[in-house]
Design a protein around this ligand. Sequence first.
Ligand code: C5P
Length: 288
Amino acid sequence: MIRLCETAYGKLNLTLDVRGKRPDGYHELEMVMISVSLADELTLELGTGEPWAVLCDCPGIPAGEDNLCWKAARIYCEAAGVDPDGLSIHVEKRIPAQAGMAGGSSDAAAVLRALNRHYGRFSAEQLRELGLRVGSDVPYCLFGGVALARGRGELLSRLPPLPGELYFVLAKPEFSVSTPALFRELDAAGVSVRPDTPAMLDAIRRGDRNAIGACLENAFEPLVARQYPIVERLRGVMLAHEAVGARLTGTGSVVFGLFCSKFKALSTALELRDLCPEVYLAEAVSAP
Ligand code: C5P
């Protein structure tokens, strides 16, 4: 039996713009994404001689073939023409689910990475093409680090690393949002805020932490915040504690704040625990 271990990092959207609806039903997106240290740990066992199994001890995460890890493994094995003779995938969950942090997609990307490390069939670009068949966020999760994502999310360009001494406080309120439903709502309501993506790219290139904070923007936030006032409360607490910026990530429900001081990040996280059941501290990580 062969055992493979892989880390699956969470992602945050520094910006998220919805540029329009495409003929294939998906939306044209433009997003600045980063990987953060809050991560799941995956263990794959190949050659178990048993039926495939995906195991996750976290409630609410589908086990078995409904899990994106299973889909990723099936797509990989079919495309590579390999049969591991039994496969078990164990996911130790740290990234909150239904949070806008691409937890499921990142796990799927980790499965693709691990299998390709073992079988070595595909280039990084081919692996991202397989990833897109699993889900729109999977190519970015394979790419990792600071990146600009366009198209469905699969057209990726590398951006410079974020400046040092940046700390993220992540607050996960209890609600969760359906991504397809939110896209439909946005289609009906129209986009009311758009990030200034060139200004964010410029801020990153200059390593200007205050400008990065000021440029955080998410086209979904007004819709989500209108329905869930906790979003504005969480942002308010973060900004009152000297966050240089605070936003919803993806379609939520995690709200993150960006801090230049570790001490401020820590004290804010402690205060947010009164408002929110799950609060985390994280830092940006570079591409895998
Ligand atoms: O690709 P994935 O299955 O992760 O997408 C989930 C849902 O998010 C899609 O069914 C679609 O409603 C929406 N989506 C979209 N445009 C994108 C990415 C996702 O409309 N670029």
